[in-house]
Write a protein of this length. Structure first.
Length: 243
């Protein structure tokens, strides 16, 4: 039996975008673990959160905080360290860096500086929810988080009315009722899927029209972050069901 080739070593002056679990720790990849073990530095959205992940897998590495409010300053520091030949892994609290999380700024800066950027793919709430939703996956539009201000949110939703395919949003448990109310006004006849606690013990998918789902959440509020998927309009009202 032929021995599989050894994975290539990490390359100097490379920024590695390492996807981390969105809930279930078993979803981290072997490549992600090797990258975290072999890199020189880990830039983390929340060093306390990442410390727990590293401790679980027996990894000890120097870390640097990299989050929304220090992105500009930290990006400059990361670029300088990459130019010196360091191998740096960028992680967020969950999922793939740059998807509704910090990362885009430093990736843009690294590319402009002619530095190497390599993705280490893995768990992503967007893809996990979409593929299990039962809604069309051949064409979809990822919106992410809507603006906080009501007028801006409504304008954004109105602008998406003619967008083909499945719409995918992220929403917090504190604003999910507000979003469902807005969807009831803008997309009243569309099937909506709410996905929460993805990959965790209490993973749940709720399906129905926006008003039906809003009524369910009044009876029994749900915690956890939501992925909200809006499908095309249908003639017949879908049955509301919970997995």
């Amino acid at each position: 039996m032929q021995t599989p080739p050894s994975p290539p070593p990490l390359q100097p002056s490379t920024l590695y975008l390492v996807a981390t679990p969105i809930g279930n720790l078993e979803d981290i990849t072997l490549r992600a673990l090797r990258t975290l073990r072999e890199c020189d530095l880990i830039a983390a959205e929340d060093t306390r959160h990442t410390s727990q992940l590293l401790r679980h897998f027996g990894i000890s590495k120097p870390m640097l905080s990299y989050f929304q409010f220090n992105e500009a300053r930290r990006s400059e520091e990361i670029i300088e360290r990459l130019k010196r030949g360091e191998k740096i892994a960028l992680v967020t609290d969950a999922g793939s860096p740059g998807i509704s999380d910090p990362g885009e700024r430093v990736v843009t800066a690294a590319r402009r500086a002619g530095l190497r950027v390599e993705a280490v793919p893995g768990a992503c709430a967007l893809i996990a929810a979409l593929t299990a939703s039962g809604l069309p996956t051949d064409e979809f539009h990822f919106v992410g988080f809507l603006p906080h201000k009501s007028g801006q949110r409504r304008n954004r939703l109105e602008s998406l009315r003619a967008t083909p395919g499945t719409l995918v949003f992220y929403e917090s448990p504190f604003r999910i009722a507000k979003l469902l109310s807005e969807l009831t006004e803008v997309f009243p006849e569309h099937e909506v899927v709410l996905a929460r606690e993805l990959t965790k013990k209490f993973e749940e998918f709720l399906r129905g029209r926006p008003a039906e789902l809003a009524a369910q959440l009044v009876v029994r509020p749900r915690k956890g972050e939501f992925v909200v998927l809006v499908g095309p309009a249908t003639d017949d009202a879908p049955a509301v069901a919970a997995d």
